[in-house]
Design a binder for this molecule. Structure first.
Ligand code: AMP
Length: 203
């Protein structure tokens, strides 16, 4: 039994935290494009050198570059056999098209839209700014990323709703409350409740 998920949500919606927990729960690969890119920068790889300025300025990386990274990652054994949770991709309609193509023979099971009001997200990000000092969490970069999200990512929700794979999850509450809601939404959509201690996914 494999499970292929996407988690959508504004920066600061808790999608990183929930994504990581869901990946552990279903024993699937947690694939975060932001993390992949930050690692590439940290290790000064050719990709890292190309994307560094774009990321520091809070702009989106080129669609084709990111799609080819994802295509490679989803072709790896763990993602093919167990499944995966995509976090931070897709972000634009061209990326959705690329993902539709990549998943043609192995379609997505559920796309979770983690819903958190913009005001709450800004509050959470200002806390992260104070504690982590990430260059792309500066107030200007945050504003720009939220505006980009509304502009470019919101239409994705309509696309996945039309495909019949969208599950809207209320992201306001404690991490445990939100996690429980996400698990029920995934169960309702797929019949899969989670992985047992033996590593087998039960349904
Ligand atoms: P994140 O941690 O998901 O907020 O990603 C951090 C930064 O990486 C973003 O602000 C973008 O510059 C870049 N990035 C991550 N995922 C994507 C994507 N799917 N498309 C374009 N740029 C991305």
């Amino acid at each position: 039994m494999t499970i292929r998920l996407v988690i959508l949500g504004r920066q600061g919606s808790g999608k990183g935290t929930q994504g990581a927990r869901l990946a552990v729960h279903y024993q699937i690969a947690h694939i975060s494009t932001g993390e992949m890119l930050r690692n590439a920068i940290k290790h000064d790889t050719p990709v890292g050198r190309v994307v560094k300025d774009t990321i520091d300025q809070g702009r989106l990386v080129d669609d084709e570059l990111i799609a080819s990274l994802i295509k490679g990652r989803l072709g790896e054994t763990d993602a093919r056999t167990r499944g995966y949770l995509l976090d931070g991709f897709p972000r634009t309609l061209p990326q959705v098209k690329a993902l539709d193509e990549i998943t043609r023979t192995r379609p997505l099971n559920v796309v979770i839209d983690l819903e958190v009001p913009r005001a709450l997200v800004i509050e959470r990000l200002s806390v992260r700014l104070a504690s982590e000092h990430r260059a792309d969490d500066s107030p200007t970069a945050v504003e720009q990323r939220l505006a980009l999200y509304d502009e470019q990512t919101a239409p994705l929700i309509a696309h996945y709703r039309r495909q019949g794979v969208l599950a809207v999850v209320d992201g306001v509450g404690t991490p445990d409350e939100v996690f429980a809601r996400a698990v029920s939404a995934i169960a309702a959509a797929t019949g899969v409740t989670g992985s047992g201690g033996d590593g087998q996914v039960s349904r």
